[in-house]
Design a protein around this ligand. Sequence first.
Ligand code: SF4
Length: 422
Amino acid sequence: MNVYDSELVAGILEKENYQRAETIETADMVFLNTCSVREHAEDKVNARLDALNALKRKHKGAIIGVLGCMAQNLKDSLLETKPYVDIILGPDSYRRLPELINQRAQKMNHLVDTKLSKMELYEGLFPANREGINAWISITRGCDKFCTFCIVPFTRGRERSRTIENIMTEAELVVNEGFKEITLLGQNVNSFHSEGNNFSDLLRAVSKIDGLQRVRYTSPHPQDFDDELIDLHAENPKICNHIHFPLQAGSDRVLTRMNRTYTKAHYIDLALKMRERIRGVSITTDMIVGFPGETDADFDETLAVMEAVKFDAAFTFKYSARPGTKAAEYADSVPEEIKQKRLEKMIEVQRTHTLYRNKLHIGEVMSVLVEKDSKKSKHQYQGRTTSNKIVVFNKGLEKIGDKVLVEIEEASGITLFGKIVN
Ligand code: SF4
């Protein structure tokens, strides 16, 4: 979402004839687009801002701006502790950036706009300089779910959806530019609703675009996942058979305290339906360990859900309190060393499941969309299957953006290795 927003801001500035600098040292303006979802992300931004202050001392008149969720969430502390920051803009205020740059250049005071909007969808504005074979397209902004650990509803505001018509205009534009794959984005992507259309209607519409090979999306919420969407995955070959399906915790007691609005049984039922109905589906997830009040028994329940679903991959995090959220007020925090132990256990379990899932593909011929040179060798390409597995293989005559058939010979960690067979 932040990559998309950064390119949206670049698009707004390019429309005003600003140009990208070759390096940060030669830039007249530097904007950091920030994330507040975890403490670690904020720490990184603070360190980057200190480095930019050093640059600003050498480059007189340079403008430094903080955009996005941290701007929204921490404007007062930024103004107090980082007086060299010129502009602070929340996620609904990017349209005002050119105007604020002009005001700041005329030596006006620090400029701050963090008003949240119930309407702003950046309709009619498109990101600049997308790269690669996949184009991200934001379809909703904000979130109404209010999970108790999450700052997003406070930093990105209420949920609103773009119109299908406007999304289609952007999708057709990127396909005409040569993108093969589109990923639809939203904090809670499958609660999309617009003019009587639901998320499945949108997927059906986008998948009909000529020249588009694959449609992905992230992230859905289990509460809004229904049979219609599962069936659509099963029936429509353009809709990728990968579902990122955030679990967060596997105990009903913790799920309730997180305000996740689904039960363990509902989640498992949906995941098993996906495995049963969608051929070759891969299911990945997000997990938090050490949520306040999580006991050993709760954690064991989470491991049991992992065992039942055997995720293809998981993003695992230690809980970190976000000031301003409900969970930050819970008194029963889990000691750091217990969080660490649970995280290590979870990673170990997930490793075995990832390897188990990936080894099932050995001997299979899989369709791979070629993305780029592999990280380890320029004689090899890497690409992805529709189930979002990374596949590395020796180069032949194909080029980036082609679809090739690869016979899988080996699975290690998160990567599959194979040879081209067509
Ligand atoms: S669904 Fe929950 S975790 Fe996801 S953005 Fe909304 S509040 Fe945050």
